[in-house]
Design a protein around this ligand. Sequence first.
Ligand code: SAM
Length: 216
Amino acid sequence: MTIPSIPTRGRTLDYAASVYDLLEPVCLLNKQAEYDLTILNTLDPQPADRILDIGCGTGILCQMVSARLQPEQGGCVTGIDAAGKMIEIARKKRGSNHCLFEAMAAEDLSFASETFDGIVSSLFYHHVPLDLKKQSLSEAFRVLKPGGKLVIADMHTPTTFMGKLVSHVSRWFFMQPQIAENIRGVLPELMVEAGFQPPRTVAHYFGYISVFETTK
Ligand SMILES: C[S@@+](CC[C@H](N)C(=O)[O-])C[C@H]1O[C@@H](n2cnc3c(N)ncnc32)[C@H](O)[C@@H]1O
């Protein structure tokens, strides 16, 4: 079934959806499994939790989260992405009764307030401009239960020469000013502005990706 994409000023990846699972391991220098596991262990989902993945792509992380949940106890993960093609592939490859995927814009979530026990997002925030970064973090704050955890892994101020090179080349090669905002290091302050606790940096990958953990 064709799933329409949701209009957004974010950079959606409909055009790359069919090859995304082949490309991502290359972009993550074959460390994708370790990287995803760091995010998963930081989120530390409990069996009965309801989890949201913002900008889920083809749903690899959602599938890993779902393996830690117990659907009989109400455990369920929902991945959202504005690219309809990503959601089509995610549903086909990784959908189950407790691993759900919806086409939705991160800046306009259709969930009720305080729906989720935990929220995760990987490599999404460098795809949206500053105002949508703010709006989607406010939405994340709204749909998270009090005390719930938010884990974000994304491009951030580079920590190595190679990290600087890769992030600045990406910013200009993809003509993506949204990346420049991440390089400037805006994410932690935006999380606090949205109402979250000051985030803790859990890990750095490749000199340009940081993993942050915070709570509502
Ligand atoms: C680099 S991919 C990351 C996918 C996945 N989280 C991962 O780690 O592999 C960024 C995703 O954000 C999605 N995206 C861009 N703008 C969006 C928006 N406003 N709302 C929801 N998803 C969006 C894109 O379609 C794309 O699938």
